[in-house]
Design a protein around this ligand. Structure first.
Ligand SMILES: Cc1cc2nc3c(=O)[nH]c(=O)nc-3n(C[C@H](O)[C@H](O)[C@H](O)COP(=O)(O)O)c2cc1C
Length: 139
């Protein structure tokens, strides 16, 4: 059974590009082994992440991530069975395009990245938009 889990959390300190790269390097290696896909966003000390894959594998990974000392206040936004992954191209996607972040937030009436203000649908739309952004950057 394939599921998608989306959560947000607070970074415990400012994350540098290198900090994010470290997370992505580990994530891409491990997630590829486990056939897990997803998308990560980091902005203004907030993380927003989607994990897609086999239910047991995603649950196990999420518990490990939730325990990570780099962040806290981990809140699940949505957890659902899905027919197909919407981030199949990324074992962990990431886009740092702040213009894309601002543009998407404006459509939700937000002027700052505050994932706790997003509905489950909005959080997913946001992550999809950032994934499309990454695809354009990669093209
Ligand atoms: C915001 C955030 C997102 C993370 N996402 C992933 C992920 O998608 N996959 C992963 O394996 N580790 C992820 N990690 C790292 C894990 O918490 C943990 O450090 C890692 O799974 C340990 O892997 P290792 O035993 O191979 O070193 C993330 C950490 C943070 C703080």
């Amino acid at each position: 059974m394939t599921i998608r889990l989306v959560y947000f959390s607070r970074a415990l300190r400012d994350m540098s590009l290198q900090d994010i790269q470290d997370i992505l390097t580990t994530a891409r290696t491990n997630n590829s082994d486990q056939d897990i896909c997803g998308m990560l966003c980091y902005e203004s000390n907030w993380f927003l992440q989607a994990l897609e894959g086999d239910r047991e594998a995603v649950n196990e990974l999420f518990l490990e991530i939730a325990d990570d000392v780099r962040h806290d206040d981990v809140v699940i936004i949505s957890y659902a069975q899905v027919d197909e992954c919407i981030f199949p191209n990324w074992h962990m996607g990431y886009s740092a395009n702040s213009g894309a972040v601002t543009g998407m937030l404006a459509t939700f009436g937000l002027d700052r990245f505050e994932p706790d203000k997003l509905s489950p649908d909005q959080a997913l739309q946001f992550l999809q938009h950032m994934s499309d952004q990454q695809a354009q950057e990669a093209a």
